[in-house]
Design a protein around this ligand. Structure first.
Ligand SMILES: [Zn+2]
Ligand SMILES: [Zn+2]
Length: 257
């Protein structure tokens, strides 16, 4: 053991030379795994979320309050949190992750999610990822939400159930472009997405009893409109899940004004 400790340090240095740590954003060399200072400052992080939907207020004084749209119509989940907005470098990070080029960033991203969703992690019993349809998972080889859930479970010690929530049919990918398509206003785009994912999720029989009465933290890489999160929440509540919280790495949208 003593001998091992003595050689451990040079080995670490050798490891750094052979496999230097690079920023997940720009590829610059970094001392600690994650983002370089430059990429981090460019990231549009969500600091003061609405208590329910998690969209970001622009003023610190509004932190913990409920936004107007949630006051009008509350989402079915208890609270949703995301680390940063899906734009600029944030968009680039998500696209890289989705296409499997930076799956090594999972532990780092789980750390960011754990910070953004710390209240939820205290109150939830189990972590469940948003599923891909099995045909898509086979084609891609992995589910990025499940990778995040696994890393978060490892970090927190909470259990994760990977195959409890399933997609019962293949939905069209929730193209971000719908949101930006000038043809549709926000409500129309949301309605389209909602129709796309309606009844697309179910809980496998085998896990229904395990989940009944529990508080579930649902994990996704990206919240686009909230339609997927909503459909998953309703499916979980349908079999008796008590609370659903949502945590994602990024979300589409802008600061609440
Ligand atoms: Zn960088
Ligand atoms: Zn809100």
């Amino acid at each position: 053991m003593h001998h091992f400790l003595r050689i451990n340090k040079p080995l670490t240095r050798l490891w750094d030379v052979l496999l230097p740590r690079r920023c997940y954003g720009c590829g610059e060399l970094v001392a600690e795994c994650g983002l370089c200072a430059n990429c981090w400052t460019q990231l549009d992080t969500i600091t003061w979320p609405c208590a329910r939907c998690g969209r970001s207020f622009e003023m610190a004084s509004l932190k913990g309050q409920t936004c107007l749209s949630c006051q009008k119509k509350a989402p079915p989940w208890r609270r949703a949190r995301a680390v940063f907005f899906y734009r600029g470098i944030g968009r680039q990070l998500i696209l890289q992750y989705k296409h499997g080029r930076r799956l090594d960033a999972s532990a780092y991203y789980a750390r960011l999610i754990a910070q953004a969703a710390q209240e939820s992690l205290k109150e939830c019993d189990i972590i469940v990822p948003v599923p891909l349809h099995w045909t898509r998972r086979i084609a891609r080889g992995y589910n990025q939400a499940a990778e995040l859930a696994r890393a978060l479970a490892k970090r927190t010690g909470l259990p994760t159930l990977n195959h409890a929530l399933i997609r019962t049919r293949r939905t069209k990918p929730q193209f971000v472009s719908i949101t930006h398509d000038k043809k549709y206003n926000t409500q129309q785009a949301y309605a389209l997405r909602q129709r796309n994912v309606k009844d697309a999720f179910a809980i496998t029989k085998k896990y229904q009893n395990t989940l009944k009465g529990k508080s579930v933290l649902l994990i996704d890489d990206l919240i686009t409109s909230g339609a997927t999160a909503e459909a998953c929440t309703l499916a979980l509540q349908h079999i008796g899940v008590r609370h659903v919280d949502i945590a994602a790495l990024a979300r589409v949208g802008k600061h609440l004004t």
